[in-house]
Design a protein around this ligand. Sequence first.
Ligand code: ADP
Ligand code: MG
Length: 243
Amino acid sequence: MSPDNNQILRVSKVVKRFGGFHALDGLSFHVVPGEILGLVGPNGSGKTTAINVISGLYAPDGGEVTFDGASIGGMASHRLVHRGINRTFQVPKPFMSLTVRENIGVALAYGRAAMTPPPMQALLDEYRLAGVADRPAADLNNVQQKMLDLVRALATRPRLLLLDELAAGLNPAELDWIAGRIKALAQSGIAIIVVEHLMGFIEQITDRIIVLNAGKEIFEGKLAVAVQVPQVIEVFLGGEHAA
Ligand code: ADP
Ligand code: MG
């Protein structure tokens, strides 16, 4: 296990309730800079809720979230963006009437002031959006909207990036390509949490995974080990995502 001072994000016994239901029920894990951590688990196990709490969309009802050693639980999303946390959404939500270029421009203007913004054209080229740069976001297909969502997050210069089912709906060639992009981002020092159902993709890019079930981690370690743990197998074969 990595020493405490190297942990950019630490989630400790976090609880998130909706009414009487515990979507997160004492969740604990950490991430270090440059690491790609996979967050996997059946539908409803709390993956998106975990991302929503870490990114400030929801305040936790218990436990602690620390980023760079500071407690950030309950801090608003816009403040967390300025500290260096950003995320993509399971269903992307760009400003639909703005063009791709305008959407990215907003994020570039809004991002972390301490770091030089990446050039607009490089972002458009690297994420295959140059051909649609002046089209409204509403005109984009699903994959392009996902890429715009990723670029919007990157434009704010995050140090912790949370990707919620970014790869869902991509074809095999696109998956290979985006896997390479995500690995390159991690190599540049960004800590990345990847929520994904596609196990081949998770295996290709993650250093380590956390398996969630009913709002708790039931496994932490390598995917190759996870698939041999009876409790993990049970959770996956018992759920709807048997793949
Ligand atoms: P996952 O992303 O792992 O599929 P979620 O984190 O979206 O799961 O959801 C975990 C559980 O919390 C589910 O039972 C879901 O219905 C519930 N939940 C999530 N968000 C809300 C909300 N805003 N209000 C009420 N229940 C919610
Ligand atoms: Mg989800």
